[in-house]
Design a binder for this molecule. Structure first.
Ligand SMILES: [Zn+2]
Length: 327
């Protein structure tokens, strides 16, 4: 019998990183995750798959062809930065980003085929990429592509949960008017964390404020819950209780979650103080919901977070929770 949990790895996936950014070096995050899985005795209890590259057609489910062509051209030439400066154009990153999308699509195919009930792609959750804009290390928006792929395959309603410490602006903007997607995003307020509010001229409003509930036919299907800097598990539990009111009625046929371990205490780039238990609690609850409504189908994306200790405790704990809630 196949194990219920599928996990993606591979050299191309691990290569997402920048040699000149000491906190985001290539290979380090994936290796730390693999060590954590081994240390917790989980390696033998899941199925490992090497991330395959995505077909262009899958990237184009969310991004327009001109945008893809621009990224390919600039990355092949290693030509400057793809955004305002944070994201250098690199062939190795474009290849890695293509494999992230490939893993996510492959995972959805296997979950829908009933091969497995849960999938975890540790290097993924690049939720800041907009349809036509690279933002902050995010070339292709893999959660958005996953949600577009599910839509194209006629799977609905879908549920997206994002507990990465940063507001998932690319996903929100991409699906604000989609009535068939319930999306809940709990993050540190953009008053104190990127993408900052008020809107930056020329970049637009990506505030992630509580009053942003979707647009047009999608109004009411989105919930943004900002937490104040310094918030810990108690504040998070309060936000989650609010999220539950939307979850109750959602009855999703498929669930995608970007966990993000940059909300854990000690993260050098954000200011929340969650414990790993807050995030494993989310994963356990979503497993329960997936079992109730979605034949168990839950896709977990690793999201941000760069401290090795957070990877060991965060992603390690999340994988453990997935295995325990799936056996
Ligand atoms: Zn983040």
């Amino acid at each position: 019998m196949k194990p219920p949990v599928l996990v993606y790895r591979g050299e191309a996936l691990g290569a997402y990183g920048y040699a000149e950014k000491p906190w985001f070096l290539p290979d380090v995050r994936l290796q730390a995750f693999l060590r954590a899985a081994e240390a917790r005795g989980l390696s033998e209890r899941v199925r490992w798959i090497e991330a395959p590259p995505a077909a262009d057609a899958d990237i184009l489910r969310f991004h327009p062809p001109a945008h893809l062509a621009m990224i390919r051209r600039r990355c092949a030439a290693e030509d400057g930065a793809l955004d305002h400066g944070a994201t250098p154009a690199r062939a190795s990153i474009e290849r890695a980003a293509t494999h992230v999308v490939g893993a996510v699509i492959d995972a959805i195919d296997r979950l829908l085929a009933g091969e497995h009930r849960r999938a975890f792609v540790p290097i993924s959750g690049f939720h800041h990429a907009h349809r036509e804009r690279v933002r902050s290390y995010c070339l292709y928006n893999d959660p958005a592509i996953a949600l577009a792929y599910l839509r194209d395959r006629g799977v609905g309603p879908r549920l997206y949960v994002d507990t990465d410490v940063h507001f998932g602006d690319g996903v929100y903007e991409g699906f604000a008017d989609d009535p068939d997607l319930v999306a809940i995003d709990i993050h540190e307020s953009t008053n104190t964390l990127w993408p900052y509010s008020p809107a930056v001229p020329g970049v637009g409003a990506q505030a992630g404020d509580r009053h942003e509930r979707g647009r047009g036919p999608g109004r009411g299907t989105k919930l943004n819950l900002p937490l104040v800097a310094g918030a810990g598990d108690r504040h998070f539990a309060g936000a989650w209780a609010e999220a539950e009111r939307l979850l109750e009625g959602a009855k999703p046929a498929f669930i995608v979650v970007t966990v993000g371990i940059d909300a854990l205490a000690g993260d050098p780039m954000a200011h929340l103080n969650l414990s790993p238990a807050a995030l494993t609690g989310v994963v356990r609850r979503l497993c329960e919901l997936a079992d109730q409504h979605a034949e168990g189908r839950l896709l977990v994306l690793g999201g941000g977070g760069y401290r090795l200790e957070s990877i060991a405790r965060g992603w390690g704990g999340i994988l453990e929770a997935l295995v325990e809630a799936s056996s």
